[in-house]
Design a protein around this ligand. Structure first.
Ligand SMILES: [Mn+2]
Length: 468
């Protein structure tokens, strides 16, 4: 099947916003992509003839469902099921692929000629924020992927900050041996692969791209890099090859992040020396605008939601979890869980499960019942307001490890490259009394307006709902 970015874009039809005016990708793409409510394509880029740029492919459940081939309300459950039953998918090495149409090797490679934007005011420079970053464990030979931020420092040099702990472990193994670490950025894949690239849980013997192949139900085609010993997806629009020299550190940042701030992780960081660029002849630059309410949050939170769904379903042996939602407007630090608690303490244990997962992001966890729509923040706040007794239902836990970009928690150690934050977490149990306390639970049954179920009113009610 060879799923790729351009076929995905073509299948969007009228859902793709096409901007034909000339746009400067360096200084103007940030605001346009940030404002786009759905997939956007900039087809004429000032200073970059022949290039186009796309973004905002998986911002909401409807588009995530398109990327994963399911329906919006089943994204989390379906992805969770496939990650458990179909992963890893197959991969095969092929001799050639479209990402090799143009080969710019050694001194011919120049990343400044790619339409890489400045994302936000105050950023240290142009940032590649959309590269699926590929490294290999030198001991096991297994690759790892994540999407990281990389600053363009010159034609063949980047600086990068890496919270991705598996990639980081690989780089450290090379560094301990005094060896340059091969690393590649694959830009412009089918968005299903981009979603899986941000999986953070354990995966032994296979990589995130092979997880993507399993979830998408295809065999992933890989090609060998030209200048380093690494494999990359043959269908990529662009591949940047290079090495991370051991022990080199230079200032990196600030960079406007998914939190809505640019502070938190700037400091000495490793550098990436470009050894080659390969790309499609008419390559599309896949941008990932790294500000709030963009693809930046869902690309990380969707695999997180799916992982949590499975993890939480196992609490107490079995817990009835209906859905997990991390809205883009909570910057991934708050998680909504929709569940039906059966026993006392079950919702609290689920919330503690959210706060101690493979992911560092969740800081606030909120549980609601199945009668609360977790996609409507008004509903969630209604549940918090009417079902929470704060002295009983709000738990704060001190001295937990906190996400490096959560600047509300102090950084306790700057001696290493990465940031180490320690602070509190909070759980809010906004569920009704559990099933086994039927009488108390029934008191929390929501009232319904008289006539809501009247068949004669349904068409009128639908009309009114559509107006809101
Ligand atoms: Mn990994």
């Amino acid at each position: 099947m060879a799923l790729n970015l351009r076929d995905f874009l073509a299948a969007l039809g009228d859902d793709l916003i096409r901007v034909d005016e000339e746009i400067d990708p360096i200084t103007q793409a940030g605001a346009l992509c940030s404002a786009a409510p759905r997939p956007i394509m900039l087809s004429r880029l000032k200073g970059f003839p022949g290039w186009s740029l796309c973004d905002i492919l998986v911002k909401d459940r409807a588009r995530q469902a398109k990327a994963l081939g399911t329906s919006p309300r089943h994204v989390v459950r379906e992805l969770s099921d496939r990650m458990f039953t179909r992963v890893p998918g197959g991969s095969k090495l092929v001799p050639d692929g479209p990402c090799k149409d143009v080969k710019l090797l050694g001194a011919d490679a120049d990343i400044t000629k790619l339409p890489i934007p400045i994302h936000s005011e105050g950023d240290a420079g142009r940032y590649l924020g959309s590269g699926v970053t590929i490294t290999r464990d030198p001991d096991t030979g297994v690759r790892n992927e994540a999407i990281i931020r990389a600053l363009v420092r010159g034609p063949r040099k980047m600086g990068f900050w890496m919270a991705a702990r598996h990639n980081w472990a690989h780089l450290m193994k090379y560094q301990e041996r005094g060896l340059p670490a091969p690393m590649a950025f694959a830009i412009g894949l089918h968005p299903g692969y981009e979603i899986l690239a941000n999986f953070s849980g354990r995966h032994e013997g296979y990589d995130e791209l092979e997880m993507g192949a399993g979830v998408l139900g295809e065999t992933l085609e890989l090609v060998k890099c030209e200048t380093i010993d690494l494999e990359v997806p043959a269908q990529a629009e662009i591949v940047i090859e290079g090495v991370v020299p051991p022990g080199v550190r230079e200032p990196e940042g600030p960079f406007g992040e998914f939190t809505g701030y640019s502070k938190g992780a700037e400091g000495p960081a490793p550098v990436f020396e470009v050894t080659g660029i390969t790309r499609r002849r008419d390559a599309i630059y896949r941008h990932m605008q790294a500000t709030v309410f963009t693809d930046h949050q869902p690309l990380v939170s969707v695999p997180m939601e799916a992982s949590l769904y499975r993890r939480l379903s196992e609490i107490h042996g079995r817990t009835e979890i209906h859905d997990v939602y991390i809205p883009p407007w909570v910057t991934m630090f708050t998680v909504f869980v929709q569940m039906t608690p059966r026993w006392d303490g079950q919702a609290r244990d689920v919330l503690l499960g959210v706060l101690s997962s493979p992911y560092l992001h969740p800081k606030i966890a909120i549980a609601v019942d199945e009668d609360v729509n977790i996609y409507d923040p008004r509903e969630v706040f209604w549940a918090i307001s009417t079902r929470v007794n704060p002295e009983r239902d709000v738990i704060t836990i001190p001295h937990e490890r906190i996400h490096p970009l959560d600047i509300s928690a102090p950084n306790v150690d700057r001696s290493e490259v990465t940031v180490m934050r320690v602070g509190g977490k909070m759980a809010i149990d906004a569920t009704k009394p559990p099933l086994w306390r039927k009488k108390e639970r029934d008191e929390f049954t929501r009232i319904k307006p008289k006539g809501a179920d009247d068949p004669a009113l349904q068409a009128l009610l639908a009309r009114l709902a559509a107006m809101s």
